[in-house]
Write a protein that binds this ligand. Structure first.
Ligand code: 4NP
Length: 168
């Protein structure tokens, strides 16, 4: 099994030695990306890594809404409180405001590339590139469920991302 991906030289320059600003992106911003934001911010805080985290959706259906109750319940079961988060849509300014944008699946990643302002070079990476299954998607649980499996993938990728940031 390949390990978590390391930051390339280019990414290292983008992240630098300063505060790391990480934006997690999915489709609705009510299931996967708020879970990723909540888990990653807790893990970073627990290990003393200073990060600024946020999440957003490529879609606009749930703007202003809290995470899906099933995502809130699954996170709570694993010790993370994500009930305070509120959905928003990705903005063109996000490409300048973050050092790294993390997409939950390949559709999110390609949708983000369409939104990227001309001249912007911020890395847009797939979340599971930091886990044991690089190149694959965090499955969307909104319609089909499986919040436990989604959570396990997010937890594993969060650990890998934190490791990559610490060694950047
Ligand atoms: P998420 O899940 O992208 O993980 O937040 C979804 C939530 C809502 C919808 C799609 C995916 N929706 O179509 O409303």
């Amino acid at each position: 099994m390949p390990g978590p991906v390391a930051f390339s030289g280019e990414d290292r320059l983008a992240v630098g030695m300063t505060l790391k600003r990480v934006l997690f992106v999915c489709l609705g911003n009510i299931c996967r990306s708020p879970t990723a934001e909540g888990v990653f911010r807790d893990m970073a805080a627990a290990s003393g890594v200073e990060v600024h985290t946020d999440s957003a959706g490529t879609g606009d259906w749930h703007i202003g809404k809290p995470p899906d109750p099933r995502a809130v319940a699954e996170a709570a079961l694993r010790g993370h409180d994500i009930a305070d988060l509120r959905a928003r849509q990705v903005l063109p300014e996000d490409f300048d405001r973050f050092d790294l944008i993390v997409a939950m699946d390949r559709t999110n990643q390609s949708d983000l590339e369409v939104l990227r302002p001309a001249g912007n070079t911020v890395p847009v990476r797939l979340f599971l590139d930091y886990a044991d299954s690089p190149g694959s998607d965090v499955p969307d649980p909104y319609m089909i469920g499986g919040f436990d499996r989604t959570f396990a993938l997010i937890e594993s990728a969060s650990q890998g991302l934190l490791k990559a940031l610490r060694s950047a």
